[in-house]
Ligand binder design. Structure first.
Ligand SMILES: Nc1nc2c(ncn2[C@@H]2O[C@H](COP(=O)(O)OP(=O)(O)OP(=O)(O)O)[C@@H](O)[C@H]2O)c(=O)[nH]1
Ligand SMILES: [Mg+2]
Length: 408
């Protein structure tokens, strides 16, 4: 009977395999909107594979990655942004990402996009009326103000998208500094375990080491990197190259200095390389006497640090303050939005929204012919439509669903 679970024994020619519950869903009231049966077995991999074998023998086939969700989309049960939210939900690893995926799944994003898209359609209708009847004046004024409003809405959405993407994917914080500053010790202290090798030998770390950690519900990726210095060792040179790449693609750098020694020319030269990006300075080894004052750093040419902190990876002093400060710097200066203000939280959606805005702005160019205006607005409508799947081509669909785990 639809919606009711039945209890029974599943067996093959060799006898009973498991005691199971079977639930039958009659379409369209099912996940995919098709008729579906769900068999709940006991979670033993051996039992599961026996049951699976039996079903395959009887003519079933395993679902591909994202197939259930793709069917739900093709059958109109979910729009594209909701289908993508399912994938995000499955992989959400912190409360902020979870709440964003749930909002997207509930259709909050779809609603916002549909509303902007229908405003664009009204705009298009106004332009087409102008083409048909050539009554210019008042229609033109209406176009300018309406187009401006829609563009502002899109801009706001795009501005907040980075926060959404950051919250979902995590903020990359790269630990950089000269050899022996204590970078690997810092990664270990942040994680609370001995993840990276620490030795007194300068040049210990070669590869970059990345680990995720949640700070107050925000996902971070801390990256330990090779100490930067002149080197002739090919392995170290490769490590330094990777270190520089990791730093340049990070959202924030943690410039680590050994506070027990005077600031060196190498420290100064490295600082010049990173001072244009968002960064803080961690003066490490505060358990030892400090060899220079904060003022020495503050008077450095191009000093631009968001914070200067004293820490000791040995005693743990200042480590919690450091992670909180990193988070505050990102949220404060990056204007990380609370999840309630975020509509878009995927790069694909942001790119489509940007493309829509570009088309709309092209349509707003003064003195453009009405025909061209209409053309640009139509393109903007198409771009927004591709977010929710109103116009989805096969390539986009394959790309989206291939990232799903098998069976959802
Ligand atoms: N006293 C003291 N020693 C520290 C502290 N942090 C690190 N050290 C020591 O400093 C040395 C270098 O530490 P690492 O963490 O390996 O330094 P690193 O910056 O990763 O060095 P490379 O990987 O070579 O670039 C080790 O001997 C650590 O034990 C600290 O807070 N206090
Ligand atoms: Mg190291």
């Amino acid at each position: 009977m639809p919606g009711k679970a039945a209890h029974g024994i599943i067996s093959d020619s060799g006898g009973a395999i498991d005691e199971v519950m079977v639930t039958f869903f009659r379409g369209p009231r099912s996940y995919t909107a098709e008729d579906m049966a769900e068999i709940s077995c006991h979670g033993n991999p051996y039992i599961l594979s026996r049951v699976m074998e039996l079903l395959l023998e009887k003519g079933a086939r395993p679902a591909g990655p994202g197939e259930f969700t793709m069917r739900a989309f093709l059958n109109g049960r979910l729009d594209l942004s909701q289908a993508e939210a399912v994938a995000d939900l499955i992989s959400a690893r912190n409360p902020a990402a979870l709440s964003l995926s749930l909002r997207q799944l509930s259709g909050a994003e779809k609603e916002a996009i549909v509303s902007l898209r229908s405003s664009l359609m009204t705009l298009l209708a106004m332009i087409e009326a102008e083409i048909d009847f050539e009554h210019e004046g008042s229609a033109r004024a209406g176009f300018v103000s309406r187009a401006g409003l829609i563009a502002a809405g899109l801009e706001e959405m795009i501005k907040n998208a980075d926060s959404g993407i950051l919250l979902k994917e995590g903020i990359r914080a790269a630990i950089t500094g000269t050899p022996n500053a204590g970078k690997s010790s810092l990664l270990n202290a942040i994680l609370g375990r001995e993840r990276a090798i620490v030795t007194h030998i300068p040049g210990t770390t070669r590869d970059t080491i990345e680990e995720h950690i949640s700070v107050d519900g925000v996902r971070f990726k801390f990256i330990d990197t090779a100490g930067i210095r002149e080197s002739s060792d090919p392995i170290e040179i490769e490590g330094i190259k990777r270190a520089k790449q990791a730093v340049s693609s990070a959202h924030i750098a943690i410039f680590t200095i050994d506070g027990s020694r005077p600031v060196s020319p190498e420290d100064l030269s490295l600082y010049r390389d990173i001072n244009s990006m968002k960064h803080l300075i961690a003066i490490n080894k505060s358990d030892l006497p400090c060899a220079f004052s904060d003022d020495t750093l503050r008077s450095l040419p191009g000093f631009n640090a968001a914070a200067v902190l004293h820490i000791s990876c040995k005693t743990g002093e200042g480590i919690n303050t450091l992670t909180k400060t990193v988070k505050d710097i990102i949220i404060g200066t990056g204007g990380l939005k609370p999840s309630g203000d975020i509509i878009i939280s995927s790069l694909r959606h942001k790119q489509r929204a940007e493309a829509a805005l570009m088309e709309l702005n092209a349509a707003r160019t003064p003195l453009l012919s009405v025909e061209l205006k209409a053309e640009h607005v139509r393109a903007a409508i198409r771009e927004l439509g591709s977010i929710i799947g109103a116009v989805a081509d096969d390539e986009i669909l394959t790309e989206i669903f291939k990232n799903f785990c098998v069976g959802k």
